[in-house]
Design a protein around this ligand. Structure first.
Ligand SMILES: *Cc1c(COP(=O)(O)O)cnc(C)c1O
Length: 242
């Protein structure tokens, strides 16, 4: 596919997603300006990120450190206007030994779900002389059983919040959740919104709620999401591996 055809495809997809967001906001009586589209570019090449920058995207997300690290560098090397101002979000399950690497390029980490990760991210962020925005990932499975997708129990939100607030280099911005497979997304996001409200009572600046993907962004907007993580609806389908 030529560069132009791919750019046009991305432009069409983006327009369709933005239209869905606008309609969902209108239905929920929300201002579309409250909602940030984060394009999840995992598995897609740096060239696609550069195209998205040209199309006005300002927030992109990755879920694997090795892939993200190389992509960030390639996007910077493109010297495309706006590329250096891109905000990089990390949304994948994160190993402690990768935290220092992620802290060197990420602006936001959505997947903080345990004390050891808070400590490692704080150390890495300070060592890099940077600052990192942090979201607490909560497990939204109603059964309370670990889903393998990461996330702390919603009941742990204040305990983790306290730890992030005490950690150098980290700013607590809110919560993140992934709707469990095979259960209604609306119920999961309602639980996430309740945990977000509990957190905001303690930390008024923690106003972000990262929820909603390609198939359930309308439910997320209805439940108050401020950050939508949209991959395939913008970039196309990924190889089924991930
Ligand atoms: C891949 C991914 C997304 C995007 O999923 P789509 O269904 O492609 O929109 C969102 N959030 C997380 C945590 C992801 O890993």
């Amino acid at each position: 596919m030529s560069l132009d055809a791919r750019t046009q495809e991305l432009e069409r997809n983006l327009a369709a997603v933005r239209e869905r967001i606008a309609r969902a906001c209108a239905a929920a009586g929300r201002d579309a300006g409250e909602v940030t589209l984060v394009a999840v570019t995992k598995t897609f090449p740096a060239d696609d990120v550069v195209r998205l920058v040209g199309l006005g995207v300002r927030d992109v997300a990755e879920n694997r450190d090795q892939e993200a690290r190389a992509k960030v560098q390639a996007v910077l090397d493109s010297a495309r206007p706006g590329a250096a101002d891109l905000r990089w979000h990390f949304v994948g399950q994160l190993q402690r030994n990768k935290a220092a690497s992620v802290a060197r390029y990420a602006d936001v980490v959505h997947s903080v779900d345990r004390p050891a990760l808070v400590t490692a991210l704080s150390r890495g962020t300070v060592a890099a002389g940077r600052e990192l925005a942090v979201l607490l990932q909560l497990d939204l499975d109603p059964s309370g059983k670990a889903t393998g997708r990461g996330g702390a129990a919603p009941s742990q939100v204040l305990e983790l919040a306290e730890q992030v607030q005490a950690a150098d280099g980290l700013t607590l911005r809110g919560v993140m959740g992934v709707a469990p497979l095979g259960a209604p997304a609306r119920e999961a996001f309602t639980r996430l919104a309740a945990a977000a409200a509990v957190l905001r009572e303690r930390v008024p600046d923690a106003t972000w709620m990262s929820a909603g993907m390609s198939t359930d962004l309308e439910d997320a907007v209805a439940c108050g999401a401020t950050h939508l993580r949209v991959g395939s609806a913008v970039l196309g389908s990924r190889p089924s591996l991930r």
